[in-house]
Design a protein around this ligand. Structure first.
Ligand SMILES: [Zn+2]
Length: 114
């Protein structure tokens, strides 16, 4: 097991790893792991409307009716979208929707199918 850094507040060595945070049981201080901020800082994290982290290839559902620009089509709430691709942009999901073709969506309007 990797030795964890001591608590920056009380120097306790009984810190433990709580996923994204390190936690000190002695003074209840919590702080982010240092390794996380170094190196991966420019990796954008995409989250859906519920805060789930999205990844390429995920399946999501649309959480509200989305009008299509330049047409009368509407992507209905609850439409399942498979195999999304995350891109950097105003609309951060590239995908293909049955019956509509290639499409760009916003992460805030979808929910990951867990
Ligand atoms: Zn502490």
């Amino acid at each position: 097991m990797n030795p964890l850094p001591p608590c920056p507040k009380c120097q306790s060595e009984y810190t433990y790893d709580d996923g994204v945070l390190l936690v000190c049981p002695e003074c209840a201080h919590e702080w982010p792991k240092h390794e996380e901020s170094a190196g991966t800082s420019d990796t954008k994290i995409y989250r859906d409307s519920a805060g789930n982290v999205l990844e390429d290839g995920d399946t999501v559902t649309v959480i509200k009716d989305l009008k299509l620009k330049g047409s009368s089509g509407v992507i209905k709430m609850g439409t399942k979208v498979k195999n999304i691709r995350l891109v950097d942009g105003d609309h951060d999901i590239d995908c293909k929707i049955d019956g509509f073709g290639p499409m760009s969506l916003k992460t805030e309007f979808v929910k990951k199918v867990l």
